[in-house]
Design a protein around this ligand. Structure first.
Ligand code: HEM
Length: 564
């Protein structure tokens, strides 16, 4: 099957690269391929021991794009039922959408056969991710080792406190820039939130100041300035000395591009004329990034040797070593490879997910002012007008939490999660599967299933809000729906051993940002009829999201000068 599948996948792969995710085209290709479905029935014969629905034809490298598109719009599981099949990179891939079938896949047992996510594709090997870090690590003992350090480093109270402080500080910086927004200026909120999270993660992970917000602001000022002033801005840009934080950010951003490129472009194309230079470039990026990270680790080791880290120190101006993620990792291991990959993944997994979720929340709240009012009332009630958000406040912001949950129900940034096993005779959903089958779990579809979420397309945070419920409230109380949900019906962070280790951190961070921002500002959609610009990639990511940033009246705080 290998060569034949590869040949069939080739034109689609090339189209994907050239047209860079043109979804109309991808969908058309998908339909054309579906026409060939009968022709490819031979595939089923090859798996007679494992009968199942006729697999969809060889979508190959496009699977993730189409899969995510389908998952988000819930179409394929609607059409094909709770289970349908693909071939992905030549691997049999089954997509499931019934929570009842997920017990084994989402098992929390340390010896579960489903501790791997996807097979060791060559692109992942080239990035050194197949036996390092977490996301794509297939070496189970090494993954367990890394995961322990990753989770341990995120949990100490001093780290959580420090993250809240850095998030509050980043909000202050953001408000400084926003105080100069012009009235009726259209603001690309996705860019602001991306640079905000990047700066904030830079500090939280390794104390490196990245200046992303500063650069976003410079770009905005330049775009808004008259021609004569733009010359000054150009000169300023030319003379700007690039900081190490900026170099680090650029390398990381190229690393994410490398991830997309090397994983999705089949290895046999890597030596083709137009592709080879790009592959070489990305390999170089990997080397440079590794060097940078090693320097960062060594510098910190030296500082820690001179000065014992004060893991209780949360004062970011304090001269002692900060309790950031790097310090936390170094206090538990000195394996540089483990540390390097863990900090890479903290950035890789933490920026796009949070940015996209924040934009989706703003979108829903702008469309539902009554919900926004309830959330803002709660923020003022719990926090007052000026108070910074503290760790102790997180649990009190129940309605805000319900708003976040309802948003990630409707717009999960990871709509499909995967499990893969090399074991034989796997029984899932009452059927036997061969080893090396990939199982996709269609979270997006499950989370829009009317069986579990009545009127699933409606944005209704009350599904997750239990605060007003009396202790013995009626059985049909809509506010206890979350507790009544079947196991795994709501899993935006995945479940089991391989679920998201950043869940608590992400929730705390998003709450802190919402609490700071919504007490000072409200947002109006620049184009209210436009749907949320959701880009369908490995994870769903927000595209250009334009809004008006409106200072909130009666916020009790000093309002920014909107006319400046
Ligand atoms: C709204 C924010 C986020 C969402 C919705 C989200 C969701 C997810 C999901 C669905 C998975 C796959 C889980 C599975 O396969 O069962 C995952 C994995 C992961 N996430 Fe998150 N995530 C978010 C933020 C973060 C943050 C902030 C971090 C870092 C602190 C992070 C780090 C990771 C890592 C390292 C993995 C791989 C875990 C492993 O393979 O062992 N995530 N995330």
């Amino acid at each position: 099957m290998g060569l034949f599948t590869r040949i069939l996948e080739l034109p689609i792969s090339i189209f994907t690269i050239i047209l860079n995710l043109d979804f109309t085209l991808i969908f058309t290709l998908f339909i054309i391929y579906s026409v060939f479905q009968t022709y490819f029935n031979f595939y089923r014969k090859r798996h007679e021991r494992f009968p199942g629905p006729v697999p969809l034809p060889f979508i190959g490298h496009l699977y993730l794009f189409i899969g995510n598109f389908a998952a988000t719009s819930s179409r394929l599981n609607e059409k094909f039922g709770d289970t349908y099949e693909f071939s992905m990179f030549g691997y049999r891939t089954v997509v499931l959408a019934n929570p009842k079938d997920l017990n084994d896949l989402f098992s929390a047992k340390v010896d579960s056969p489903f501790l791997r996510r996807i097979p060791p594709f060559k692109g992942i090997k080239a990035l050194g991710m197949e036996s390092d870090g977490l996301l794509f690590n297939n070496n189970v003992p090494k993954w367990k080792h890394n995961r322990k350090y990753f989770s341990q480093s995120l949990s100490p109270p001093s780290f959580i406190k420090l993250s809240a402080i850095y998030t509050n500080q980043a909000c202050e910086e953001l408000f400084g820039y926003w105080s100069n927004l012009k009235q009726n200026e259209i603001v690309k909120l996705d860019e602001w939130f991306r640079s905000f999270t990047s700066d904030m993660m830079g500090l939280v992970v390794s104390g490196v100041k990245e200046n992303s917000m500063q650069l976003t602001n410079d770009k905005r000022v330049k775009a808004n300035s008259k021609h004569s002033l733009r010359v000054n801005e150009d000169a300023k840009e030319k003379n700007h000395e690039i900081t190490s934080g900026e170099i680090y950010r650029n390398l990381r951003s190229e690393y994410s591009d490398a991830l997309g490129f090397l994983v999705f472009v089949p290895t046999f194309l890597w030596n083709f004329p137009l592709i080879k230079p790009k592959v070489e470039h990305y390999k170089n990026v990997l080397k440079e990034l590794g060097k940078f990270e090693l320097e960062l680790i060594n510098e910190r080791k030296i500082t820690m040797m001179k000065q014992q880290p004060d893991v209780n120190s949360v004062n970011s101006n304090n001269s002692k070593v900060k309790a950031d993620f790097l310090t936390m990792l170094l206090t538990s291991t000195d394996d540089a490879d483990v540390i390097k990959q863990n900090i890479r993944e903290m950035f890789g997994a933490g920026i796009a997910t949070t940015t996209s979720t924040l934009c989706a929340i703003v979108h829903h709240l702008a469309k539902h002012p009554e919900v926004e009012k309830r959330m803002v009332d709660e923020l003022f009630r719990v926090l007052g007008s000026n108070q910074n958000v503290k760790v102790e406040d997180f649990d009190k912001l129940k309605f805000t939490e319900a708003v976040i949950n309802e948003t990630i129900r409707l717009n999960p940034v990871v709509p499909l999660v995967h499990r893969y096993s090399t074991d034989t005779e796997l029984e899932i959903a009452g059927r036997l599967f061969p080893p090396n089958t990939i199982f996709g779990i269609n979270l997006a579809h499950i989370q829009r299933n009317p069986k579990y979420f009545p009127n699933p397309e409606t944005f209704d945070p009350d599904r997750f809000y239990t605060e007003n419920c009396a202790e013995n409230c009626a059985e049909n109380c809509t506010e206890h729906r979350k507790d009544q949900l079947p196991k795994y019906a709501f899993s935006p962070f995945g479940q089991g051993m391989r679920s998201c280790p950043g869940k608590n951190f992400a929730m705390a961070e998003i709450k802190t940002i919402l609490a700071n921002i919504y007490r000072k500002y409200t947002f109006q959609l620049a184009y209210p009829n436009k749907p949320l610009p959701w880009r369908y990639t490995v994870v769903n990511e927000i595209g250009t999201f334009e809004v008006f940033v409106v200072p909130r009246e009666n916020s009790g705080c000093i309002l920014p000068n909107s006319a400046a």
